[in-house]
Every structure is written in structure tokens, then in C-alpha cells.
Design a protein around this ligand. Structure first.
Ligand SMILES: [Zn+2]
Length: 354
């Protein structure tokens, strides 16, 4: 190691079995040791994702998951040490960094071709590898990116998962183009918070949906041109009203069966429906003839490649994007943080502060 060594042990919130929030326990474990090509990071903030809850409840969703598990995919912090024989380039001891959680093998055919999002043995920090519900985490140097001096580390921790997911869905899978109109479901959710801002910045008109009146102002402030409260308004009817009967060019749907039909019927001829989540179930039914008659394109959004990460972060810092933070919790209160997330009342990200 090239710097002051931290003490030998650290606090980490882990679960040794699947279940309710009571399985999350504060353990005293050894500080991980970075190997060659890795860095040790002192965690300043770790943003929560619904996957944390799903993998706590079990059964595990991501191949490679093992118990006991330290969750936390979205980490920002300070580089504490570099592994042996590791030249950090711009990254040095004391650097403020944010971590790309996807760790491809680097050696298979897709990885060597630069399509590492398709790597069959990708590890994910916080999902299959130890994550940020801890005082320290280890990450490959290639996954570590400098946070600008004037940017907040807590906000930085909220960026990787939701912004990369939204960016890949909108731009890589969805091929969003200036002048188009997009319908983005569940506008107050993390991924949609990002998708709305990305779409507006790219010159699209944005229609978004929310499930209650309290969320209308929140989504309005993110820049959506039209916000539909689904508790009182019909999505397809409103979309047709505000697009002169034409419908939208693009739909971003990470909700699943609850929103899929409305998305389909909101599309203009040859419109694209990008789907990337199944929070309301895994099966949908639709009319084949309707879809092909109008030339509708149904596009599944796959994982992003490493090469997309740095440019996305640069765009984030340069564009004045925001990720609202709903609440911060100390590490020891991870169970309360999960309960808050599960209540679905959070508007913005929930963050742990080790
Ligand atoms: Zn690979």
C-alpha cells in the first residue's frame, strides 16, 4: 500500500440470511486489501437502489450473489490506498472519486471487443461483490472516476446506477433525437429523474407520469413539459391531446405490466418503446397486429458498456443536472433506510453515510 493504512477492522452492514429489514446487521470485519490494479476507498456516501431490497428479501436475483452480503452499488468517497504496483494516473491517495459498479471480466470476447456490457461474467459491486454499506470498499482502478472539486460527494454517490441506466436506455437503446417527444413513466423514480433531464438536455419534449398529486410539482421542477397524474387522468388520452393526436416517438418504461399497455398505445407510428424493468411483474400481453400494423419497435435495454461511464459523468457535471436526495441515514440505520425505500414515499435518493 502506498499510504497511511486504515485500522485493520471496519464496520459493515451485512445480511447473512434473506428476510425483512431485521436481517441487516452491523458487523465488525477486516478492511479489504486492494490487489494489483485496485484501489481502497473510504466510503463517504452510498446511495440505495431497489435491488438492495430485492437481494435482501431474496432469493438472489443476480447470478454470483452469495451470503453474507454487503450491499451498496453506488459509492463515492476518498481513495485511501492503491494496490501494489498500481499506477493510478490521475487517481491518487486522497482523490475524491465515484465508482462504476459494473466490473466486467476484461478477458472474454465481448470484453475484448469493447462490448463489456455483454460480458457473461460481469461482477457488480454491491450486488455480487462487497459494496458500499461499509466504511471501506475495494474497486478496480478502471472503475474509479474523479469527482470535480466543486461537486458534492454525496450527490456523486447517487449518480452511477440511475444515470447510467437512463442514459443507456434513452440514447443507446432508444436512439433519442432532438425534436422528438418522449413519454417517461414514473417520473419521480430515480431512473426517470435522470431520463427526464437527459431527454430535455438532448432537445426532446418530455411527457412524464406520476402516481399521486404530491409528485406533480417534483417532476415539473425536473423539467418535464407535461406531467400526467395517473390517479386522476388517463395517460393515453392525455398523450394524444398534447401531441395533436399523433402520439410520442419514444417511451421509457422501467415499471413493467402496470404501464406497458399505456406506453404501447401512446406511441406514434414507428415509435420506440424501450423497456428496462419489471417492478410490477414479468409478463405483459399485447396485440401483435396492433404493434406490427403501426410499425412499433419494442426495444429491451441491456447493460451499459464501461466506455459509456466517463462521458456520462462528464455530461452530468457539465450540464448542471441534479439528483434530488430524499434522506440521509447513518450506516447503522440501514434497516430504517430500507424501510423508507420500501414505503415508496421517498422522492429522490436515499443515502447511507458510513
Ligand atoms: Zn468479459
Amino acid at each position: 500500500m502506498t499510504s497511511t493504512s486504515p485500522s485493520d477492522s471496519m464496520r459493515a452492514v451485512r445480511h447473512h440470511a434473506h428476510g425483512g429489514t431485521d436481517v441487516l446487521q452491523l458487523d465488525e470485519i477486516a478492511v479489504p486489501t486492494p490487489r494489483a490494479g485496485e484501489v481502497l476507498i473510504r466510503v463517504e456516501a452510498c446511495a440505495l437502489n431497489h435491488l438492495d431490497v430485492l437481494q435482501r428479501r431474496g432469493p438472489a436475483l443476480i447470478p454470483g450473489f452469495a451470503l453474507p452480503h454487503t450491499a451498496g452499488m453506488d459509492v463515492a468517497g476518498i481513495v485511501e490506498a492503491l494496490g501494489p504496483d498500481t499506477s493510478g494516473g490521475a487517481v491518487a491517495t486522497g482523490s475524491r472519486v465515484v465508482v462504476n459498479p459494473a466490473v466486467p471480466c476484461g478477458d472474454c470476447a465481448p470484453c475484448r471487443a469493447g462490448f463489456d456490457g455483454r460480458c457473461p461474467s460481469t461482477g457488480v459491486i454491491g450486488a455480487t461483490l462487497p459494496g458500499g454499506y461499509a466504511e471501506y470498499v475495494v474497486a478496480p482502478l478502471a472503475n474509479v472516476h474523479i469527482v470535480p472539486d466543486d461537486a458534492d460527494l454525496v450527490e456523486a454517490a447517487t449518480v452511477p446506477t440511475i444515470w447510467m441506466t437512463a442514459h443507456h436506455a434513452l440514447h443507446v437503446t432508444g436512439r433519442a433525437a432532438p425534436g422528438e417527444t418522449a413519454l417517461i413513466h414514473a417520473g419521480a423514480s430515480g431512473v426517470s429523474t435522470a431520463a427526464i433531464q437527459l431527454a430535455r438536455a438532448a432537445g426532446l419534449r418530455v411527457i412524464s407520469t406520476v402516481s399521486s398529486p404530491e409528485k406533480v410539482a417534483y417532476v415539473d421542477k425536473l423539467g418535464a413539459d407535461v406531467v400526467i397524474d395517473t390517479s386522476s387522468a388517463d395517460v393515453v388520452g392525455t398523450v394524444k391531446d398534447v401531441t395533436a393526436g399523433r402520439g410520442v416517438d419514444l417511451v421509457i418504461d422501467h415499471v413493467g405490466p402496470a404501464t406497458f399497455p399505456a406506453g404501447l398505445f401512446s406511441l406514434a407510428p414507428r415509435g420506440r418503446l424501450v423497456f428496462l424493468g419489471n417492478t410490477t411483474g414479468n409478463q405483459v400481453q399485447f396485440d401483435l397486429a396492433y404493434a406490427y400494423h403501426f410499425g412499433l419497435q419494442l426495444l429491451g435495454s441491456d447493460p451499459y458498456d464501461m466506455a459509456e461511464f466517463g462521458p456520462m459523468l462528464d455530461l452530468y457535471w457539465a450540464s448542471g443536472f441534479v439528483t434530488p436526495i430524499d434522506r440521509e441515514y447513518p450506516l447503522a440505520d440501514a434497516a430504517a433506510a430500507h424501510e423508507h425505500l420500501e414505503s415508496r414515499r421517498a422522492m429522490g435518493k436515499v443515502v447511507l453515510r458510513p
